[in-house]
Design a protein around this ligand. Structure first.
Ligand SMILES: [Zn+2]
Length: 235
């Protein structure tokens, strides 16, 4: 059989294989599975972010508690000093009392900040639990679909292997050079082999150039489309 007849038949099974692979990729179970996988990854990201936030907040709360403790010590010390060494005049007394009040105001501010952070931290804990529950549900659903998809894939793989074997067999008798050419064209134009329709490329519908038309008249087996690069078989 002519090389190009063989290549044409090869293309039929090769395209059948491509269609089947595409069908497998488009399987509803596979799409569902990928959707759940993406959701799980997203939840993992959310959890990681919460954990980082909680860690930073924990450090900050610890620092605040230490600072409050230290300031309370300063207040006690200043009050004791005030008692032990009563100021000589009213100005000095006012100065010392103002210093103590300033310390107490700072403590109040820190305590308010600490209380707010505790609340935020509790909210993060709740959020973390919610995300974990959601992720666990998604995980269960993922596992359920995975079982279905694995079965489906096993069955589909049998047919896929059959088609691959058919394609390999169909390549018998076609020169390596022509097969390589076919595969190169397929990267940008599929199917790579087409027929001549009137004087147009059956792939992209572009009219042949005068030079190509001359070649056709001279009786060549094929020409290459100057527009899409396909092999155009001449019957
Ligand atoms: Zn073309």
């Amino acid at each position: 059989m002519e090389q190009f007849e063989l290549l044409w038949q090869y293309q039929q099974v090769d395209m059948e294989l491509d269609r089947y692979e595409k069908e497998m990729r488009g399987s509803a179970n596979r799409r569902e599975l990928l959707k759940h996988r993406d959701f799980l990854l997203e939840q993992q990201g959310v959890l990681k972010k919460i954990e980082t936030d909680v860690e930073i907040m924990g450090d900050r709360m610890e620092a605040l508690a230490d600072e409050i403790k230290r300031l309370n010590g300063s207040v006690a010390e200043a009050a004791a000093n005030f008692e032990a060494n009563r100021p000589q005049d009213i100005e000095e007394a006012k100065k010392q009392i103002a210093a103590i009040q300033k310390l107490i105001a700072t403590i109040s501010r820190y305590e308010a900040e600490l209380a707010k952070m505790r609340k935020d931290s509790e909210a993060r804990d709740r959020q973390q639990r919610e995300v974990r529950v959601r992720a666990a549900k998604a995980r269960a659903e993922f596992d359920r679909i995975k079982l279905l998809y694995d079965e489906e894939y096993k069955a589909a793989s049998v047919k896929l292997e059959e088609l691959k074997a058919k394609v390999a067999k169909a390549s018998d008798g076609i020169s390596q050079e022509l097969l390589e050419k076919y595969k190169t064209i397929k990267r940008h134009s599929a199917p790579p082999v087409t027929r001549l329709h009137e004087d147009r490329c059956g792939g992209c519908n572009m009219q042949l150039s005068a030079a190509e038309k001359d070649k056709v008249r001279s009786g060549v087996a094929y020409v290459e489309c100057e527009n899409c690069g396909r092999l155009i078989m001449i019957k």
